[in-house]
Design a protein around this ligand. Structure first.
Ligand code: PGA
Length: 250
């Protein structure tokens, strides 16, 4: 059985003070969670969130990192820096990073390898645009993105990472994939993992859905057999909403 994982993606929101406040409000609301609970926050909030979350079941995540260990990469952060700041998870290849910061499947692969080598758990994002879905490319595209991102990892490493299926057209738009659409495409991603790494690895890897997931639709999505969690943007910025998603089973 795969343990569900609900992760918040705060994106470019919250100052350290606001971050501390949000985590303090969240703690009592999610302390009895049956799933893994992660908040992926801006790097300036690592210290505040690590301190506020100490001793709780809330784990700290980042939203990006560089694949090199150190060097002349102005503005970038290494996996070791994240680790030393209490970070355990890192979102890689989010569609906003691909769209606005020119990330490619190849750089997502380099980052995934570096994150795993440093002991971080990557949350690797894949997903199609509306035009790609309408053209019928969704399955081929998500399978390709998945295969490239995981190239060079062992099966043992792959089964510990997290993949997030995020249809680009559903992110921040209020449009959610239907439960069945999300389940079906996550099934395609799981098959791509099986083809490359075998059935056991595919059965163990956790694959989240992301894209306008909220307290209202979380239950339906999470009841789908292929969906092991959620990557939550907008609804992760309010403690009550995020806690309701965490308690999707209610
Ligand atoms: P959203 O964002 O929940 O606001 O659609 C999800 C994401 O981008 O990870």
């Amino acid at each position: 059985m795969r343990k569900p994982i609900i992760a918040g993606n705060w994106k470019m929101n919250k100052t350290p003070c606001e971050a501390k406040e949000l985590v303090e409000s969240l703690k009592p609301l999610v302390c009895d969670a049956q799933c893994d609970v992660v908040v992926c926050v801006p790097a300036v909030n690592f210290a505040a969130v690590a301190e506020a979350a100490q001793g709780s079941n809330i784990r700290l995540g980042a939203q990006n990192m560089h694949w090199k260990e150190s060097g002349a990469y102005t503005g970038e952060l290494s996996a070791a820096m994240l680790r030393a700041s209490g970070v355990e998870y890192v979102i890689l290849g989010h569609s906003e990073r691909r769209q606005y910061f020119a990330e490619t499947d190849e750089t997502v692969n380099l980052k995934t390898l570096a994150a795993v080598a440093a002991g971080l758990t990557p949350i690797v994002c894949v997903g199609e645009t509306r035009a790609q879905r309408e053209a019928g490319y969704t399955d081929a595209l998500v399978a390709y993105q998945t295969r490239i991102a995981l190239t060079g990892l062992t099966g043992e490493q792959v089964e510990k990472i997290v993949i997030a299926y995020e249809p680009v057209w559903a992110i921040g738009t209020g449009l959610t994939a239907t439960d069945e659409q999300a389940n079906e495409t996550i099934g395609v991603i799981r098959r791509a993992v099986a083809d490359a790494f075998g059935e056991t690895v595919a059965a163990n890897i956790r694959i989240q859905y992301g894209g306008s997931m909220n307290p209202k639709n979380a239950h339906g999505l999470m009841m789908q057999p292929e969906i092991d969690g959620g990557l939550i943007g907008g609804a992760s910025l309010k403690a009550a909403d995020f806690a309701q998603v965490v308690h999707f089973e209610r």
